[in-house]
Design a protein around this ligand. Structure first.
Ligand code: B12
Length: 592
């Protein structure tokens, strides 16, 4: 979309329910849905996690967060107890658990039985919610597939009634699309209604938003990421009358931007942040190397959280993160590393010049405010009601990261850059991904490159879930080899992907998958291809695993062999596909 001229480009619906009505409905429900208790609140004698966080900041304590979530809620509850007690025995305290829901929890409860399941936690009964709440004296933080999803309201209500006072995850509204369910307007209304419910509670409650789960990973300018946080604070605090708290960290590999983002949040008054997430993209298959990455990012997170507290807890990521969801013992190990680094922190701080990162933080705040103001002004000029939370949320989502940065980025216009603007603070991920793609292209033997380019291929590239980097990398490499790239979508429904590949005359599908559903997705895709009479190769790569049905470990296993049996071309990396494309019979020959 070259420019935003009129409302209908983003909001074609002639009629939308007024946001104020949805907010009123959510607030009214607070008479019926009241805060419950949990082991954490009782153990520390507090009313809310915010109260606890302020107490810890006053004591100079750096708090700690652990992400956890196995399909079986009772196994998850036992694991929470096990982790908390193991650390307690070592004299360490775990302050909060990030309960990692499965995508299945995003669906309205009555649909879940029929919908896909991946590797995460599924609270399928009230007993399950209560078991988690009672498992250990650590604050329960439901941060995935909660607010932002079709079941925002139902899940927020259960979390409130079982003692949670902070919960995620507004940014999921932008790109955490669920398969087989379409209703964006309904999802926006459920999201706003849930936030209004939180805002009307008699206690201080927060909706969290992880900038990295949303558009963060797709911007090239971190000032846009920070700007979207400011847009969300306006939406939640001014339009809905609730409280907003920011999570970030998954996609921040550089300590300068990690510290600067936290200090920028401090500069705009954030003081009860949920957690700073670990630098997960630093992790690879080598566990020893991951220990170094763990210590690296934690050292600087600890320093800035001690120097300029914002209430955020640290998140030590277990070293097995690259491969699969970690075991409880691996979570304990990572926390021992973090606690040891906290003990040594005072020896590091005098060596850090915070002025360097404060300068970046000031740029983020100034650039972010320009982004927010330009977005609200641009939307209003196009006729979008920026005082209506439902309409504003829909417009942000439908504009998408690329357009928002191109239209409202605070950087100077420069058509030589990826988004037509020079980033104020460069997000290294996209640049690194393009460099990775260039390296792959540079390594392709000339004859192979010529063969592929000469074949006039058309590739339909898609992902099964929110993980878009594999797809962006494939598209970059395909374009570099003169292969036409057709956008098959992110979190694409199998039937829709087949229709797209068919109507565009694609020669093959390149599918990237990460959430641990590779086999069930491929099965549905093959069924849709047979039904549509589409007979083209399917190349598949990413994390090719899945939790076997009836599994007693709840841990995913590799399914590469079964994917090949089901007719897919299994690729450990991009080269594997390039070799096949060069080796395979040309598209024309195949059609004959
Ligand atoms: C970045 C990331 C995210 C980001 C994604 C940002 C974005 N918009 O893309 C965010 C934070 C949003 C995210 C969310 C989630 N994530 Co995540 N994520 C990761 C992480 C850290 C990196 C994955 C990545 O993109 N790597 C970059 C790619 C380019 O590198 P690569 O994988 O090495 O790819 C190579 C090959 O695989 C190949 N390739 C990839 N695809 C294809 C396809 C073809 C056809 C070919 C030929 C080659 C190919 O190309 C590359 C070069 O060779 C991994 C852990 C890790 N360190 O790998 C977890 C991970 C994949 N995530 C995981 C999970 C569970 C989730 C969530 C479900 C968590 C939750 N409950 O919310 C959500 C997803 C929700 C949803 N709606 O789908 C798990 C998957 C578990 C499993 N399968 O066993 C992992 C392994 C982390 C973990 N240990 O728990 N995630």
């Amino acid at each position: 979309m070259s420019a935003l001229r009129e409302r209908a480009q983003l909001i074609p619906e002639p009629e939308l329910r007024r946001g104020a009505e949805v907010v009123a409905e959510g607030r009214a429900m607070a008479r019926r849905i009241v805060p419950g208790r949990c082991a954490f609140l009782d153990h520390y004698g507090v009313e809310t996690e915010a109260e606890y966080k302020r107490r810890c900041v006053a004591e100079g304590r750096v708090m700690l967060h652990a992400a956890i979530g196995y399909r079986d809620p009772f196994r998850t509850a036992r694991a929470c107890t096990e982790v908390w007690e193991a650390l307690d025995k070592k004299g360490y305290r775990l302050d909060r658990f990030g309960l990692v829901f499965d995508r299945n929890m995003g669906y309205p409860p009555e649909m879940r039985a029929e919908m896909p399941k991946d590797t995460g936690l599924i609270n399928d009964t009230e007993e399950a919610w209560h078991a988690i709440a009672a498992a250990a004296p650590a604050a329960p933080y439901y941060g995935d597939f909660m607010i932002g999803q079709p079941a925002s309201f139902e899940n927020a209500a259960m979390a409130i009634e079982t003692g949670a006072t902070m919960m995620g995850n507004l940014s999921h509204f932008y790109n955490y699309r669920l398969l087989y369910i379409e209703d964006e307007v309904g999802r926006a209304e459920s999201t706003v209604k849930a936030i209004a419910l939180l805002g009307a509670q008699p206690k201080e409650m927060y909706v969290g938003s992880n900038a990295d789960d949303g558009f963060g990973p797709l911007f090239t300018d971190l000032a846009c990421t920070f700007g979207l946080v400011l847009v969300e604070k306006y939406l939640v605090e001014t339009l809905i009358g609730a409280r907003h708290a920011t999570v970030y960290g998954n996609m921040f590999a550089d300590p300068r931007t990690r510290m600067a983002f936290q200090r920028a949040l401090a500069m705009v008054g954030e003081e009860t942040g949920p957690m700073v997430y670990g630098a997960t993209t630093l992790y690879g298959p080598d566990l020893d190397a991951n220990y170094a990455s763990l210590s690296h990012y934690l050292t600087f997170d600890i320093a800035t959280l001690r120097d300029r507290p914002t209430g955020h807890a640290l998140t030590p990521i277990p070293v097995t993160e690259y491969t699969r969801i970690p075991e409880p013992g691996e979570i304990v190990e990572a926390h021992v590393v973090a606690n040891r680094l906290i003990e040594r922190a005072a020896t590091v701080e005098p060596l850090i010049d915070f002025a360097v990162v404060d300068q970046i933080a000031e740029d983020l705040v100034a650039g972010g405010e320009r982004f927010r103001d330009a977005l609200l002004k641009g939307f209003a000029e196009a006729g979008i009601d920026t005082e209506d939370p439902v309409e504003l949320l829909l417009a942000v989502k439908r504009a998408g990261a690329r357009n928002l940065e191109r239209w409202y980025g605070p950087g100077e216009e420069d058509e030589a850059t990826a988004r037509g603007r020079r980033p104020i603070v460069l997000v290294e991920n996209i640049a690194e991904l393009e460099a990775k793609g260039d390296a792959i292209l540079a390594a392709v033997p000339t004859d192979q490159a010529e063969k592929i380019a000469g074949r006039g291929y058309a590739a339909c590239v898609a992902t099964t879930d929110v993980h878009e980097y594999g797809k962006l990398l494939l598209e970059h490499v395909m374009r570099g080899l003169d292969v036409e790239t057709i956008d098959g979508g992110v979190s694409a429904d199998p039937a829709r992907l087949v229709a797209r590949a068919g109507e565009s005359g694609a020669d093959f599908i390149a599918l990237s998958t990460y959430n641990g559903m590779a086999l069930s997705y491929l099965t549905r895709l093959r069924e849709a291809m047979v039904a549509a009479g589409l007979d083209i190769p399917v190349y598949i790569g990413g994390r090719l695993n899945q939790v076997p049905d009836g599994s007693n470990t709840n841990l995913p296993v590799d399914v590469s062999g079964r994917l090949a049996e089901a007719g897919a071309v299994v690729c450990g990396d991009v080269d594997a596909m390039l070799n096949r494309l060069a080796g395979d019979a040309a598209p024309a020959d195949r059609a004959a």
